[in-house]
Design a protein around this ligand. Structure first.
Ligand SMILES: [Fe+2]
Length: 207
C-alpha cells in the first residue's frame, strides 16, 4: 500500500486551526442538524454500475467489504422500451440502508464497462466507516485479498482508495472528531471559496 499525509490547502489549514482553537460557535452543530433536517433530498438511495461478473462482485462486496446482498432482481424486459432483453439488478446494503448496486445486462455490456473512470478525479464513490479502527480492519482485509490500496490522511478525514473487481473507484473514509467540526466551519465559507476558486482555476496550466 501507499500512505501519505496530504499537503493541506490554506483554507483547510485555517479551518483546522480554528477548530483546534475552539473558535466555533456553540450553535454550529445545531445549525448543521437543522440545515440537514429541512433538506428535501434525504440521502443516497443507491449508486448503480455495471458488473463484469456477478459472483465475483458478490464475493467482493459481501466477503471483503462486509456489505450484505439484500436485493437480487431478475428483470425480463428492458425497462424503458419493454424489449425482451433480460437483466439482473442487485444491491449491497450499507449501515444507513443505502446501497451500491450493479447490473449484469448481457444485451448492453457483456463484461465490458460502458465507461471506466481512469482516476478518482473522474469518478469515485466514498463509503464512510465508523472509526479509524474500522478503516484499519478493512485495510487488513484488502491486504488479505491482495487488493492494492492507497491511504491518505486528509486531516479532516482519513481515506483508503482502491478499485472493485469491475474497475469502480472506491474510497473508504473515517471522519475523526475534528472532521465534524471542520464540516460546520467549512459550510460557512463554501460560497466565498467557490468565488475564490474561479480566480485560481483561471491561472492553472493545462497539460
Ligand atoms: Fe472522495
Amino acid at each position: 500500500m501507499t500512505s501519505k499525509q496530504r499537503v493541506l490547502s490554506t483554507q483547510e489549514e485555517n479551518v483546522l486551526a480554528a477548530v483546534k482553537e475552539g473558535a466555533l460557535h456553540p450553535d454550529d452543530a445545531r445549525r448543521t442538524q437543522e440545515r440537514r433536517a429541512k433538506n428535501r433530498v434525504r440521502g443516497l438511495n443507491h449508486h448503480a454500475y455495471y458488473a463484469r461478473d456477478v459472483e465475483q462482485t458478490r464475493q467482493f462486496y459481501e466477503d471483503v467489504l462486509e456489505m450484505p446482498m439484500t436485493v437480487f432482481l431478475t428483470i425480463p424486459d428492458e425497462v424503458f422500451s419493454g424489449d425482451p432483453l433480460p437483466y439482473c439488478h442487485f444491491f449491497f446494503e450499507m449501515g444507513d440502508g443505502s446501497a451500491i448496486a450493479f447490473f449484469d445486462y448481457p444485451a448492453f455490456h457483456d463484461g465490458k464497462a460502458t465507461f471506466r473512470a481512469p482516476s478518482v478525479y473522474d469518478h469515485h464513490i466514498a463509503l464512510q466507516v465508523n472509526s479509524d479502527e474500522d478503516l484499519k480492519h478493512f485495510q487488513a482485509k484488502l491486504e488479505a485479498a491482495r487488493i492494492k490500496y492507497s491511504y491518505i490522511d486528509h486531516g479532516a478525514f482519513h481515506s483508503v482508495y482502491f478499485e472493485d473487481p469491475n474497475g469502480l473507484n472506491l474510497e473508504l473514509c473515517s471522519v475523526p472528531p475534528v472532521g465534524e467540526e471542520f464540516g460546520y466551519r467549512a459550510a460557512k465559507i463554501a460560497h466565498d471559496e467557490l468565488k475564490n476558486w474561479q480566480k485560481i482555476r483561471a491561472t492553472v496550466r493545462r497539460s
